[in-house]
Structures are given as C-alpha cells and as structure tokens.
Ligand binder design. Structure first.
Ligand code: HEM
Length: 428
C-alpha cells in the first residue's frame, strides 16, 4: 500500500489547520509544490489526501464516486434541520434514483420559461434602484436568487416583494433568504464544522405550502408538484420527509453561488473594461432573449462569465470522505481518509491554461475549451455528481446580467467587496 507523501503526524495537524484557515488555496498550492500532485496532510480528526491532477480528479469522480461520501460538515450544511436531498444523499442506489427523478426538471426544454422568469424578476430588482445609488449587490442578488428559486421550486415568492395571489403562497423573508452558511475549524479538535446551515431553522411558511400540495391534485409545473406526484406513485421510495428535505435543499442550492458569481462578474466587467461589450450584446439580444429565450454558447457575456468563474469559482474546493478503500493512480485511498480537490487551483494551473493568471474570455469564445483545459475546468464539479443545474445556472446568470446591463451601469466601490454604484443608462 503506497500512501501519498505530505505533512502528517500530530505535530503537523494544528499547523496545517492554522495555515489553511489563513489562506486555503495558498496552503493547498504549497502542498502541491512541495509534495506533488497527490499529497496527504493531517487535519483535525484524520488525514486528508489532496488530489491536484486533472486526469486523476476526473478518474476519481468518474469511477469512484460510489466509494466516497460527503464529509459531515458538508452534510450538516445542507441537511441540518430539514433532512437529506440530492446534495447529501450518500447511498449510491438512493442517490441514483433521486437524480433520475430530478434530471427531467432541468431539461433544456424547460429552460426558456425559467430564463424569462429570471429576466422579469431581474427587471423588478433594477426597478428598485435609484440613479447614482450605492447598493450591496450580493444582497440584492440573493433576494433575486431566492425569488427565482421560490418560484421554480415551490410556485411561491417572497412576501413584501410580490403580492400575486395566484401563486401557491408567499414566504416570509427570513425563510426565503436563508442564512449565511459558514464553516469554521474547531480550535480544540481541528475538525472543520458547520457553524450555520443554509436554510433557516423556522420554515413554517415553506412547510405549509409543501403540506398543502399533498392535498392538491393540480400540477403546478414546479419541482414540488413533480415530487408530490412521485410520492403518490411510490410513497415507500419517496416519503413526505424526503420531499421536504429535497425541496428545502433545492431552495438554497444556488442562493450563495449565483450571487457570488454574478457579483464577481460585475467586478470583472468593470475592471477589464467590458461594459460596452456586455451592453452591446444585451441590447442586441433583447429580441432574442425575450422572444426565443435562448442564449447561444458563443455569447460574449457567457464567455466573460465562464472566465470569471475560472479565476473565482464559487466552490473553490470539493470535499469527500473515503467510504471504501481504492487505488487512485499509484496511491492507495484509505477508508476514513478525506479527499480534497480544488477547482480554484486547477483553474490557475499553467499545465492546463495558457497564461492562467490573465483574464481572457477569448478562451471560451467558441463555447468549447481545448481538451487540455476542459478536463481541468470544473466550476460545477465533475463526474456523475456534477451540479444538476449547471447549464440552467449559466444561462440564467447571463439573462440576469443582460437584464441589469440594459438598465444600469455598475461601478464597484472598491476592487473587493459587494458595494456598487448603479448608474441608469439613457433610454435609447
Ligand atoms: C453559480 C451557480 C452554481 C454553482 C457554481 C454550483 C456548483 C456546484 C458544485 C461545485 C456542485 C458539486 C459539489 C460536489 O461535488 O461536492 C454542485 C452540486 C449540486 N448543485 Fe449546484 N451550483 C450552482 C447552482 C445550483 C442551483 C441553482 C441548483 C438548484 C436549482 C443547484 C443544485 C445542485 C445539486 C442538487 C447538486 C448535487 C448534485 C448531486 O450530488 O447529484 N446548483 N453544484
């Protein structure tokens, strides 16, 4: 059995945790530089293997997902209070049948009305902004993302932002907006722990909409109706509790990632002088977006977004635990060890990207990366557990960006942070 090299042993555990806490990607980069593409380090409860080779990462996720489980702190961040959903299901059989059940809900055919919804709600967001006002863009986008999720998943909306009586219900702000998901390293044990989950502890409004739907024979075309129908067909395979867990996870799956990615996109647009390109496409696209609701893969805004997500992926590290030992390349992965993969570092590796530190949307101009880069590009994860909403999210983010660009120019108040000044564009 060959174990990967690295800083292991009790004397290293605390130092590794401290270094990681100060600079997560700096720590992982240092590991790869010192110990190679597969390294091992002690961290809290047990050793972690860090895999930093695109081929090995693809092989890990493609062939060994059934030997892996999500670590406890990650499970807790999603499943806390309300139960499991696709993100945290570990039994390969149960995960597979749930994924098959949910996949049709993310089909390209369903994308057009969702893009229309995203553009319409983004217009409503902009309508609240005054010329020259300073806004917290991430907060604004979190409200927008919460509204899109509530409408898509639950046919509901946020109280105070909508009064449409035809919807299944209106949800209090605290329930729809969720919490600031955070993790921290426990000082005594060095173990990574969830300190706040995504969903609020009280979800009375959401729960009452879910329960009411079990007595409602109509199909509202949302995720909840699909799950209630699946429950009716086979209550053993999908219990009421399963439906609740899935719905609540689905409500919060994009509520931090989408605002993060879009805030960064607007920072990149300003920093790299791309406003006229995005606005040009947004204005020209007006007809396309509103009539056909499709965004071509050669969209300039999409290329800028993909490049922005290359340099700053919203999920910079992916985490797993080994449930059953296996061999990865020449190294043994041992039951109980953790495995970490970092899209954040792979995306900045000169083995996979020419001039990796440069912001170059041209890489994505054709909609397709060269194979050597494609295997390392994974802002939505990789393998069978890749984000179920990846394509939908990218299109939705472009639709939101275009809707905003048509009305406002956004100027970041500083190079970092979420504060932007918004300047109304003259009506053409
Ligand atoms: C910018 C937006 C998003 C990003 C960057 C993102 C990223 C990711 C990543 C990296 C994973 C894989 C995690 C892992 O391997 O541990 C993932 C999984 C997942 N995402 Fe997303 N996501 C986004 C939006 C969404 C949205 C809007 C939804 C729901 C509508 C969603 C639902 C899911 C689900 C259910 C999984 C688990 C899939 C499975 O395990 O089979 N995501 N996402």
């Amino acid at each position: 059995m060959t174990l990967p090299p690295g800083p292991v042993g009790p004397q290293h555990a605390r130092l590794n945790a401290q270094f990681f806490q100060r600079d997560p990607l700096g720590f992982l980069s240092h590991l790869a530089d010192s110990f190679g593409d597969v390294s091992r380090f002690d961290f809290g409860a047990g050793p972690i293997v860090f895999v930093h080779d695109a081929d090995l990462v693809r092989s890990l996720f493609r062939f060994h997902e059934a030997d892996l489980i999500k670590p406890e702190f990650l499970r807790a961040s999603n499943a806390a209070h309300w139960g499991d959903g696709l993100t945290t299901l570990d039994d390969p059989g149960i995960w597979h049948s749930r994924r098959q059940l949910l996949l049709p809900l993310f089909r390209a055919r369903l994308r057009a009305p969702r893009l229309a919804l995203a553009a319409e709600l983004a217009d409503e967001t902009c309508a609240r902004w005054a010329d020259g006002e300073q806004i917290d863009l991430t907060h604004e986008l979190r409200i927008l993302t919460a509204r899109i999720a509530l409408r898509t998943v639950l046919d509901a909306d946020l109280e105070d932002f909508c009064d449409d009586q035809k919807l299944s219900g209106l949800v209090p702000f605290s329930e729809g907006y969720g919490e600031d998901f955070t993790t921290a390293i426990d000082g005594a044990t060095g173990v990574m722990q969830m300190t706040r989950p995504r969903a609020s502890r009280r979800m009375d409004g959401v729960l009452s909409i879910i329960h009411a739907r079990f007595d409602d024979p109509s199909d509202r075309g949302d995720v909840l109706s699909a799950l209630v129908n699946a429950h009716r067909a086979d209550p053993e395979a999908l219990s009421v509790q399963d439906v609740i867990g899935e719905i609540i996870q689905m409500l919060f799956a994009g509520h931090l990632t989408i605002p993060f990615a879009l805030t960064q996109l607007w920072r990149d647009i300003a920093q790299h002088g791309l406003d006229s390109q995005v606005t040009g496409e947004a204005t020209a696209d007006d007809g396309l977006l509103r009539r056909e609701m499709t965004i071509p893969v050669t969209s300039r805004t999409m290329a800028i977004l993909r490049e922005s997500m290359r340099l700053g992926p919203p999920a910079p590290i992916l985490y797993r635990d080994v449930a059953r030992g296996f061999q990865l390349g020449k190294h043994s992965m041992v039951e109980g060890h953790g495995i970490w993969v970092s899209p954040g570092l792979l995306h900045r590796d000169s083995r996979y990207f020419v001039q990796p530190a440069a912001f170059r949307p041209e890489r994505f101009a054709t909609g397709r990366l060269p194979p050597v880069s494609a295997k390392a590009y994974m802002p939505f994860g990789a393998g069978p557990r890749v984000c179920i909403a990846a394509s939908q999210s990218v299109s939705q983010m472009v639709a939101i960006c275009h809707a905003i660009a048509r009305k406002f120019r956004l100027e970041p108040v500083s190079g970092v942070g979420n504060q932007f000044e918004v300047w109304r564009r003259p009506v053409i």
